[in-house]
Design a protein. Structure first.
Length: 337
């Protein structure tokens, strides 16, 4: 971190500020005295330093961070890719494209078990399905809640597929014992109390990027989970809100290599929420596989026109079957280049 001091600070003021910094933070301070101003270079762990606090000090003209504000998620301190491995042996990261598939919402036993069996047959390694649904309208279907979680457990028992499902409130955590990967949805990406609580679990967390959040903010949210001890975080690019209206969101495909450059955590892509339309799922999924995403999370419904949630962006099991083959081929081909 570089701090430029206001001109005309006397030595006593500079010394007292440096003293304040070294007593407060675990850093060493180098001082360069120029003709017009003095510049301080802070070396050490600057993650705990609040830029705004520094900027608010009387002697400070400007502050510039030269190191990222996240540490545990940072590739600089963990050069190898992280691989998330489930007790059943399923992995996310590490050179295989992980396919997570299932309906937007759990609707009935037949529906979730039928879709689970079909997507497993097509190569999915994980079953997704929402039990608690974050809906824009309070009058829209809110999910089957605890009953939905029970049905996911039944589907898991039948197929062996681990469950990926969203948590919306800390209060619901006791219901999530049988859930293998807990999803934090886009709307909760900065629910810091929830992130901290999930950070104390020994269970993978799938963290989706918020609708209007930067990559750095996503990494800072991952840091919240990791700082509490849980290093099993999977990041998900699911489209961000832009001025474009042709698609539900805009898939920020460049976020995948950008995040991978900055972080060792696995990155997956959700083409369903990014596009909002079923015909766009396959091309976006192919793009994600080609660019090196570690996995895909895709909404698959047995009867999209009658889906209780997100039918327009849901693909059928038959469409998923063809997509799964193509994306896996693309992924393997690009990795082998
Ligand atoms: C979902 O995956 O069901 C979902 C609601 O996604 P997002 O949080 O990305 O909107
Ligand atoms: Mn959905």
């Amino acid at each position: 971190m570089i701090i430029v001091l206001k001109p005309q600070q006397n030595q006593e003021q500079i010394d007292s500020f440096v003293q304040k910094l070294t007593s407060r933070y675990d850093v060493t301070v180098n001082t360069w005295v120029g003709t017009h101003s003095t510049v301080l270079g802070l070396l050490g762990d600057t993650t705990a330093i609040d830029d705004e606090y520094i900027a608010a000090q009387d002697v400070v003209e400007a502050v510039r961070r030269v190191q990222e504000p996240y540490k545990k998620a940072n590739r600089k301190f963990h050069p190898e890719d992280s691989v998330i491995t489930l007790p059943g042996g399923q992995t996310i990261g590490g050179g295989r494209l992980a396919l997570i598939a299932g309906p937007c919402s759990v609707e009935s036993e037949e529906q979730i078990c039928g879709v689970a069996e079909a997507v497993k047959e097509s190569g999915a390694a994980f079953l997704r399905g929402g039990a608690f649904k974050p809906r824009t309208s309070p009058y829209a279907f809110q999910g089957m809640k605890s009953e939905g979680l029970e049905l996911l457990s039944k589907a898991k028992k039948k197929t062996g597929l681990p469950i990926v499902t969203e948590i919306m409130s800390i209060e619901h955590l006791p219901l999530f014992d049988d859930v293998d990967v807990i999803q934090v949805g886009a709307r909760n990406m900065q629910n810091f109390e929830l992130l901290k609580r999930l950070g104390r679990l020994d269970k993978p967390i799938l963290l989706k990027r918020g609708l209007a959040n930067t990559v750095e903010e996503l990494l800072m949210s991952a840091e919240y989970i990791m700082a509490e001890g849980n290093q099993q975080v999977i990041l998900c690019e699911r489209g961000i809100r832009t001025y474009e209206t042709m698609t539900r969101n805009t898939l920020d495909i460049s976020a995948v290599p950008v995040i991978k450059r900055l972080s060792h955590l696995p990155v997956i892509v959700d083409p369903s929420h990014a596009s909002g339309v079923s015909w766009l799922i396959e091309p976006l999924a192919i793009a994600a596989a080609a660019i090196g995403a570690d996995g895909l999370i895709i909404e698959v419904h047995n009867d999209p026109p009658h889906a209780l949630c997100d039918g327009a962006q849901s693909i059928t099991p038959a469409q998923f079957d063809s997509l799964a083959k193509r994306v896996t081929q693309v992924y393997d081909m690009v990795q082998a280049l």
